[in-house]
Design a protein. Structure first.
Length: 108
């Protein structure tokens, strides 16, 4: 495969999922870090997911423009799907943290 954009998109998609997994796992294994503190990984995951979606789109465009000679169509499709999943999970986590913060302020 010579489509570097597809490889980059796949790496950013996996990185976004990795940020989310780290944000969920760190409070369990590191003492002194609360779950709310570990959610600083959510904006990084959103950013990586958006970059992954953009690179996947560019990779698919390059694939079509070269009439399939450069390859990477499958990797771009997988990267787009993983990036969308990471983006949806990130937005869900951000919404949950926001609701928690509002409830903490109101009930606090």
């Amino acid at each position: 495969m010579r489509n570097g954009k597809a490889i980059g998109a796949l790496l950013f998609a996996v990185l976004a999922l990795g940020f989310l997994a780290a944000g969920a796992a760190v409070p369990r294994f590191v003492t002194g870090i609360e779950p709310l503190e570990a959610m600083v990984a959510v904006p990084a995951a959103v950013l990586c997911a958006l970059v992954g979606i953009g690179l996947a789109r560019r990779a698919r465009f390059a694939f079509q423009r070269s009439l399939g000679r450069i390859g990477g169509d499958g990797a771009a499709t997988v990267a787009r799907a993983l990036s969308l999943v990471a983006l949806l999970l990130s937005l869900t986590a951000a919404l949950a943290v926001g609701v928690y913060a509002v409830l903490a302020l109101v009930l606090g």
